[in-house]
Ligand binder design. Sequence first.
Ligand code: NAD
Length: 247
Amino acid sequence: MLNGKIAVVTGGTRGIGYAIVRKFLLNGAKVVLFGSRSETVEKALASLAQENPAWEVSGDCPNLSDAAAVADAIEKVREKYGRIDILVNNAGISDSTSIDDYTSEQFEKVMSLNVNAIMNAVIPSVKIMKEQGSGNIINTSSMVSICGQRSGVAYPTSKYAVNGMTWSLARELAPFGIRVNAVAPGITKTDMVANLPEAMIQPLINSIPLRRIGEPDEVADAFVFLASDMASYVTGEILSVDGAMRT
Ligand code: NAD
C-alpha cells in the first residue's frame, strides 16, 4: 500500500510509533524514525533489522522542541531520498497532574512536545511537499481530544490543539496536493498501559464498549490507510481507533 514512499515517523522507537514504522515497512515504505535518544533509536533499528534485514529504515534523534534541529533532520531526509511523502507526528507525552499540583512549567512541557514540536516538523516538511506537489501528514491525537479527562488538563488541551492543526492545515494545504489527517487512539497497549496493575486494568476494560484494550498494530493500521492512496479523498479527518470508548 505504500510501495516506495518515503516516510518520517516521530516517536518511532516504541509503542504506537514503533508499530507505525513496522507497518509502513511491511507495506513497502522507506522510513526514517525519530526518537528522543540515540540509544533507543539504535535499539529500535536493531529490532527491525532482526525482523527483516531488507527493510530500508534509519533513525535520528533531533530535539523536537528545537525548530532548527528538526529542520536539519528533515533536510537530511530530503538529501538522502530527494523527497518526503509522509510525515507522521506521533511523539507525545501524557499527563495526569491534578489542577492543585499544576505549574505553568508542567503545562508548557506537555504543550511544547505535543503541539509546538509538531509545527517544528510540519514547517520544513511542507516546504518540501509543496515543491514536489504532494504529501501526507498524519498526527497522533487521542480519544481525550473528544471527551477530555479527569485530571491532567494539559494533555487533552494539547490533543484538541492537534485536531485544530489537522483541520486547519488540511484546508490550507489541500490546494497543494497535501492531505492532513489524525488518528485518535483510545487506550492502547503500550509500555505505559502494560505496566498498570491488574486492579486498574479491569475497570478500564469494563468501560470500553469493545471490552478490550487496543493493540498498537490496530492503531498503526489506521495510519497505513490514511497514508495510502486508499485514502486519496480523505483529508481533515480525525479517525478514532478506540473501541468506541469516547462515547
Ligand atoms: P510511548 O511513551 O510508548 O512512546 C512515545 C514516543 O514518543 C517514544 O518513541 C518517545 O521516544 C517519543 N518521545 C517522548 N518524549 C519525547 C521527547 N521529548 N522528544 C522526542 N521524542 C519523545 O507512548 P505511546 O503510547 O506509543 O504514544 C504515542 C502517541 O500516541 C502519543 O502522541 C500519545 O499521546 C498517543 N496516544 C497514546 C495512547 C495510549 O493509550 N498509549 C492513547 C491515545 C493517544
